[in-house]
Design a protein. Structure first.
Length: 308
């Protein structure tokens, strides 16, 4: 029976992951080397292993063998027919075609494919309120990966890889931030063409091409043209008149037929237009509000259940 404790590296030097842990890059390669081997693996036509990747990139052969497993977990590679060999997936071939057109377009394509990965979501959520220190992002990645302290170097390499790809940017303050940028506009992607920007359509916004009716025509109740709002299926809809404030009598007196001696009910029944409130001062508006609130409270009490 083996006495090796769970979570410690096996005798062959490769770290064994616990079932709940998420895979991170090997600390034996720099982020630039990881990116170089990734592009070579995605560009392969036949199944490739460590030797083929080393011949294509110049990276030490044993280190090349540590790259494909992580890349395969991000969806860019699939297992080949032979042992320890890999083939690019459809996503991987998409990445290779983008890099063939240029480095900027290739990095953008890689960012697009990796934005849904757990490490990209972790950094995006951690940087929700602004740049975060490297230590803070490394700690967030280790928590998300459910990794022990022995894997801190892997978290640093993963963060460096995100910076190399462009998913994370280094700010002037020294902190790192998640890159929310859009696709490059100076390059044309033939695999997934960008959608043309939407232009104004007269059918979508008929009011933009329709001149508003003058105020007098609104108040006279004149009918609109058949294409205007308010006429549907040949049936003409009644027009709503825009009310005007009631005219004020000379000397500031209320119009005829109204006065403080009139019956309260006859004063309250006709609706008070908002336009009429323009004749009141700010103090009078506050007084009106307090009076109406008092009348409402007293009326509710009078209409309520009788107290015995």
């Amino acid at each position: 029976m083996s006495t090796r404790q769970a979570g410690t590296p096996p005798t062959n030097g490769r770290a064994r992951l616990r079932p709940e842990e998420r895979l991170m890059p090997s600390p034996k390669l720099r982020a630039e080397q990881y990116l170089l081997v990734t592009v070579a693996a995605c560009s392969a036509v036949n199944p490739v292993g460590a030797e083929e990747l080393s011949a294509a990139t110049g990276v030490y052969v044993k280190n090349c063998g540590l790259v494909p497993v992580f890349i395969m977990n991000t969806g860019l590679l699939t297992k080949g027919h032979r042992r320890a060999t890999y083939l690019p997936s459809e996503k991987g071939r998409y990445i290779a075609r983008a890099f063939a057109r240029g480095e900027a377009e290739g990095l953008e394509a890689l960012r697009t494919k990796w934005r849904g990965q757990w490490f990209a979501r972790t950094v995006r959520d951690r940087c929700r309120h602004g740049p975060v220190s490297r230590e803070g992002l490394v700690a967030a990645l280790m928590v998300a990966a459910k990794a022990g302290p022995e894997r801190i170097k892997q978290a640093h390499v993963l963060l460096d890889l995100m910076v190399a790809v462009g998913l994370a940017t280094v700010e002037k303050s020294g902190g790192l931030n998640y890159f929310e940028g859009a696709s490059h506009t100076d390059t044309q992607n033939t695999d997934t063409p960008h959608e043309a920007p939407q232009t104004a359509n007269e059918d979508d916004e008929p009011s933009a091409a329709e001149e508003p009716l003058p105020q007098d025509e609104w108040q006279s109740g004149s009918t609109r043209q058949p294409h205007s709002v308010g006429v549907q299926d040949g049936e003409e809809q009644p027009q709503t008149e825009v009310p005007r404030p009631r005219t004020e009598a000379p000397g500031g007196q209320p119009p005829g037929g109204t006065g403080p001696d009139q019956d309260l009910l006859s004063l309250l029944l006709p609706p008070v237009l908002l336009a009429d409130l323009t004749r009141l001062t700010s103090v009078e508006v506050l007084e009106l509000h307090s009076h109406l609130a008092a009348v409402t409270a007293l009326t509710a009490k009078l209409r309520g259940h009788r107290v015995t």
